[in-house]
Design a protein around this ligand. Sequence first.
Ligand code: ACO
Length: 336
Amino acid sequence: MYTSRITGVGSYVPETIVTNDDLSKLMDTNDAWIQERTGIKERRHIQKGDGNSTSSMGVKAAEIAIKRANLTKDAIDLIIFATLSPDMYFPGGGVRVQDMMGMSTIPALDVRNQCSGFVYGLSVADQFIKTGMYTNVLIIGSENHSGGLDMTTRGRSVSVIFGDGAGAVVLSRNEKEDGSGILSTHLHSEGAHAKELCLEGPNTGAWVPELMESNPQENIPYFPYMNGQFVFKHAVSRFSEVILEGLQANALQASDIDMLIPHQANLRISQFVQKKFQLSDDQVYNNIQRYGNTTAASIPIALAEAWEEGKIKEGDLVVLAAFGSGFTWGSAMIKW
Ligand code: ACO
């Protein structure tokens, strides 16, 4: 059986910075509330006409990752695209990327696992490489949240949290025989809580035209809903469990972690996990302060930035962990 390793990382965020003060001009919120509850200072938003979309941002991140892997697009055998905010209801973003990048008729697979989408995608890619079916898999997480948020006071508890951006990695067959690469991945879900963090419409049980006829405008469920405190409580325990599961599967201790990259859900969640595993600030990477929560894109963006800043070195134990809507959660243990 083969093993896999990450050979290239890349990220892209739209140019427009939206500060907490900018949001307070649109809704009843303020910088102190947002920073205290989430750690977020600013996020990036696509602007109408700036040429960005979920797929095109994914392409920009992917091009960087492929270059850093010393490959060309022709070497990619499979695209895995994770998002909760696709350009179109269908088809998904994977085929859009394949077309925009001018790739051959390679398969494109979309992953609908929200904040855990990247870790799920990485795990799927790892399985394909282990069996020998594929050699290089492009995994993208990309989100255009700003296009679908309720930017009025009604939506403030959700809208202030999310930002736009994309991250990508190339996962390749590992040519090294030094124990490096993906050590293990661990995935979970609990659909009983699907409605605690969701966007219900449009859906095939209640199409928008039907809803528009039978509901006053403000009840149409095409904005995301989040039961914040419920999500927070589950997030801190599931993050901890799935990191521990990964450590135990590899007979490792928390002190062996060189870099933990948690999904950037909320700085308070990351800090809780950091404290639980007694990790120093140098062992955990956070950039939610600058980008907000970019859902499926948050881990690959953070991974790319940590790598660019020289915070991930050969031989390091890098742990990725995610939790989000579904609920779904997962971790990946990587020897860099
Ligand atoms: N600005 C100002 N006031 C606000 C805002 C806002 N943006 N949003 C809500 N409020 C008000 C509420 O209306 C409420 O007012 P009230 O007391 O008069 O009713 C008050 O602030 C407190 O609201 P809560 O919802 O109880 O605030 P809480 O302390 O729970 O913080 C938050 C909300 C930040 C969403 C928190 O629950 C949280 O972090 N949850 C975790 C969920 C999370 O991180 N999700 C990220 C996406 S999911 C994922 O990626 C895992």
